[in-house]
Design a protein around this ligand. Structure first.
Ligand SMILES: O=C(O)CCC(=O)C(=O)O
Length: 279
């Protein structure tokens, strides 16, 4: 590891990496401190203008359209993105430290108030009809301790191993996204505040229905090999951070642009953004 990421021992053990190979997901434990997790969770509550101790504030009228929260640029989010242990976990998965971090948001998944609510459907975030699907990874950082029934991340473990065969046996014209993906053997993944779940994009996944009494609060983070020879891409990424634009490719001027403060970056954060080059 470089001086930017001078950790004494790998975040993912041999056993973790073996688990990753078999299951297509892994929990990288304690990648950020409880204090960093709490700060990011509080940033989400403030952004939503809700009180984490007052359930009456969790269900606005009109209702939120999804569990997602369009917060991207808070210092607490950047502190997690530039955490050396987050970077190291992704470096182990990609087998390179030269990575760029994703422009991802947060989410708040409150307890359901509908006794008849069904489990959420799962999905893929990649075009699964465009095969073979390239290797890719996604990640969710838990900002609160999350029990199995508290809206935990759910996926079909090991599905990456049978992905191509499963598609091949689908009857002609069947839409893969409309199958009963839970029947393939979905599981829910509990973990603690500060733990990061990384999964392969070929696993069907989503948050699960929250039947506990506390919300689940998370920050999405993934990393991909850096493309820092592309000057235009670097400029656009730096502009995204500096102007505090919305992420996921939308790049619009919303609440954080008008009311936020540009986050401070560490030397590692500058490379993960694309402001400084890895070589
Ligand atoms: O919130 C989760 O646990 C999973 C989120 C998800 O489905 C996604 O990032 O595509």
């Amino acid at each position: 590891m470089s001086a930017l990421n001078d950790l004494q021992s790998p975040v993912l053990s041999e056993a973790d990496l073996q688990f990753w190979e078999e299951n297509g997901y892994v929990i990288a434990k304690k990648v950020v401190s409880p204090a960093c997790a709490t700060r990011a969770a509080q940033a989400i509550w403030d952004f939503l203008e809700m009180d984490h101790d007052d359930p009456d504030t969790w269900y606005p009228d009109p209702p939120r359209r999804s569990i997602m929260v369009e917060i991207y640029q808070h210092q607490a989010f950047w502190d997690n993105r530039q955490s050396p242990r987050v970077h190291q976990a992704f470096s182990q998965i990609w087998d390179t430290e030269k990575l760029w971090v994703s422009f991802d948001r947060g989410s708040m998944n409150p307890p359901t108030r509908d006794p008849n609510a069904k489990q959420f459907d799962m999905h893929w975030d990649t075009n699964v009809n465009n095969r073979p699907v390239r290797f890719g990874v996604q990640g969710v950082l838990y900002l609160t301790d999350t029990a199995e029934n508290q809206g935990a991340f759910q996926c079909v473990p090991g599905f990456h191993n049978i992905f191509e065969d499963w598609f091949d046996q689908l009857p002609e014209g069947e839409d893969p996204r409309r199958q009963d993906l839970h029947a393939l053997g979905s599981i829910r993944v509990p973990a603690n505040a500060g733990d990061l779940i990384i999964w392969r994009t070929t696993l069907p996944h989503f948050a699960s229905l929250n039947t506990a009494d506390r919300p689940r609060i998370v920050q999405y983070i993934t990393m991909n090999p850096a493309n820092d020879s592309n000057e235009e891409a670097c400029r656009s990424r730096v502009n995204w951070w500096q102007e505090r634009l919305t992420g996921l490719g939308r790049n619009t001027k919303e609440k954080e642009h008008y009311h936020g403060k540009t986050a401070e970056l560490t030397p590692l954060g500058r490379k993960l953004l694309g402001m400084d080059k890895w070589d």
